[in-house]
Design a protein around this ligand. Structure first.
Ligand code: NDP
Length: 331
């Protein structure tokens, strides 16, 4: 068995020295415990915040202790009635090839006829984030214009597709022509804009002739400064993330308040956990849309436990295209 521990707290982009691989024994399960073999490991941007010391909404990772997050795995040994060998499960677990855990740490995956990694993307935490943030905080109405940043990613792609289902005009912002073409050609967005091109501001202006009613904020920084220029009165801004700053050591200070006041816009931060009470309904609805072919999911699969650090860094360089997961064993 192997695990990955936090060897040091990163400054800026986490280099390889931040991740230490250790050989370990797999603990024997006690009564009520199971052994889970990791199949897919999810890397998610919020983990970067947990690598820092200091208060945030999630506990910091401890130095010299395993990093971790959402994992999809298979039960290989069970000492509980609730799970049998072969069951597919998800849980928030340490980055280990095998975890020995209490049955309470796991959720059994409802067997739908879909690829398993979808339970870490559209049918998992990112999908729930998109659904709750857009529908409960963004409150889009048919005919309105919805703009989403990091639009080809795990959360953004689902946000845009739900907004299309709800009858909105949808504009996605992403880096590079491959991602931007994917937004319009595969996901059916009305426009895709490449923020890395020098004509970003012009293209954005053209794409939102009626202004912006909902801006689903994933990136912060200069991209959002440009978006804010087009906010309509009474627009809504679900603040999901600000990934452009996660590796930054500079303090950019406040930059949005005046625009919000002028347009009486509502900007509200949220955490996916606040939608937990509605998780069953959300899961059913997302699964239905996936089965109906209304939501497409792109995935970047890195191969092998060794590729976890590189796959994690992809999130901050745009090296991933869609949900980033790491396949660590055969499913
Ligand atoms: P993605 O799958 O979208 O991967 C991250 C993407 O962000 C990259 O592919 C890249 O796309 C883009 N990106 C990275 N750095 C920058 C930058 N400097 N400027 C602009 N874009 C950048 O990740 P997720 O969908 O999982 O997460 C998206 C956002 O949602 C994150 O901010 C995350 O923290 C947040 N989140 C919040 C939750 C909550 O409860 N509030 C829960 C889950 C996620 P590109 O190539 O287009 O630049």
């Amino acid at each position: 068995n192997q695990q990955i521990v936090l060897a040091e707290r990163p400054e800026g982009m986490p280099g390889d020295q931040v991740f230490r691989y250790e050989d370990i024994e797999t603990a024997q399960p006690d009564a009520g415990e199971v052994v889970v073999e990791s199949v897919y490991i999810s890397v998610d941007p919020y983990m970067r915040g947990r690598m820092n010391d200091g208060k945030s909404y999630a506990q910091p990772f401890e130095l010299n202790e395993p990093l971790g997050g959402h994992i999809l795995g298979r039960v290989v040994e069970s000492r509980t009635e609730s799970y049998s060998e072969g069951d597919v499960v998800t849980g928030t677990l340490p980055w280990k090839l095998y975890n020995t855990v209490s049955e309470e740490a796991l959720t059994k995956v409802e067997a739908l006829d879909v690829p398993l990694h979808l339970y870490l993307s559209t049918l998992g935490m990112p999908g729930h984030t998109a659904y709750g943030g857009l529908l409960k905080i963004g409150e889009p109405e048919a005919g309105e214009t919805v703009v989403v940043s990091a639009a080809s990613g795990a959360v953004g792609a689902v946000v845009g597709q739900i907004a299309k289902i709800k009858g909105c005009r949808v504009v996605g912002i992403a880096g590079g022509s491959e991602k931007v073409n994917y937004l319009t050609d595969t996901l059916g967005f009305d426009a895709g804009i490449d923020y890395k091109k020098p004509d970003f501001a012009e293209r954005l202006t053209e794409a939102v002739p009626d202004g912006i009613d909902v801006y689903f904020e994933n990136v912060g920084g200069e991209i959002s400064d440009e978006v804010f220029k087009h906010l309509n009165r009474f627009s809504r801004i679900p603040v999901c993330g600000a990934i452009s700053g996660y590796n930054s050591t500079a303090d950019t200070g406040p930059r949005i308040q005046q625009t919000l006041i002028k347009n009486q816009a509502k900007m509200q931060g949220f955490l996916v956990a606040q939608f937990a009470d509605d998780a069953a309904v959300t899961s059913r609805q997302l699964a239905e849309w996936v089965k109906e072919g209304k939501i497409h999911t792109e995935v970047s699969v890195a191969e092998g436990f060794d590729s976890v650090p590189e796959a994690f860094r992809n999130l901050f360089t745009g090296g991933n295209f869609g949900k980033q997961v790491i396949k660590v064993s055969e499913s």
